[in-house]
Ligand binder design. Structure first.
Ligand SMILES: Nc1ncnc2c1ncn2[C@@H]1O[C@H](COP(=O)(O)OP(=O)(O)OP(=O)(O)O)[C@@H](O)[C@H]1O
Ligand SMILES: [Mg+2]
Length: 171
């Protein structure tokens, strides 16, 4: 039987519960989910591609259904090499739609064998983005329930100056 493989690409700088929600949904539909961490980005990242991959891998111990890899270059080529016919993207709001549609149609043109599939997260996560997570963390506010504890610890190491924020901010 052929394996149904999906690639879920993004910058994941860092991964948050909106991303995890989409990955879990993928696991109910596909035999394998390849989380593809984009390395060659225009936007300046807080974490290196290797750090981002490591943080995601840590969240799926023993879960062979979820593979996490770095990639750069053309997504459709990466998907082909991974044996995937599907690229999954999350849709939070209408504001995501225009960019996503451009990407999906361009990718279809580049490789018509690969379909883009969109998934909606749980409503609670529909406003969540890595950018917002970093902003809120840098300001010392709580991110409980929005990012996994291991990711939160790394975010604080990097963003909250030692001694700043007080005890309340660390909870
Ligand atoms: N809260 C969320 N719910 C569902 N999908 C999401 C959510 N956040 C991001 N995604 C999806 O995850 C994929 C990777 O997105 P990306 O790495 O840009 O995350 P991001 O949170 O949007 O980060 P940034 O703020 O840096 O753009 C995209 O398909 C994006 O639509
Ligand atoms: Mg984004």
């Amino acid at each position: 039987m052929t394996q149904r493989v999906a690639v879920y690409p993004g910058s994941f700088d860092p991964i948050h519960h909106g991303h995890l929600d989409i990955i879990e949904r993928c696991c109910t539909l596909f035999d394998e989910v390849v989380v593809a961490v984009l390395a060659n980005e225009a936007k300046k990242a807080l974490f290196s591609p290797e750090e981002r991959v490591a943080m995601i891998r840590e969240l799926f111990p023993g879960r062979t259904q979820v593979r996490v890899e770095n990639f750069s270059g053309l997504l459709v080529e990466f998907a082909d090499q991974a044996g995937a016919r599907v690229v999954v993207r999350g849709l939070r709001a209408v504001s995501d739609f225009e960019y996503e549609m451009q990407m999906a149609l361009m990718n279809r043109r580049l490789n018509p064998r690969i379909e883009t599939v969109f998934m909606m997260p749980r409503e609670d996560y529909s406003y969540l983005s890595s950018r917002l997570v970093k902003e809120v963390c840098a300001l010392g506010a709580s991110l409980d329930g929005l990012v996994p504890p291991s990711v939160l610890a790394r975010l604080r190491e990097r963003l909250v100056p030692r001694g700043a924020g007080g005890e309340g901010a660390r909870r």
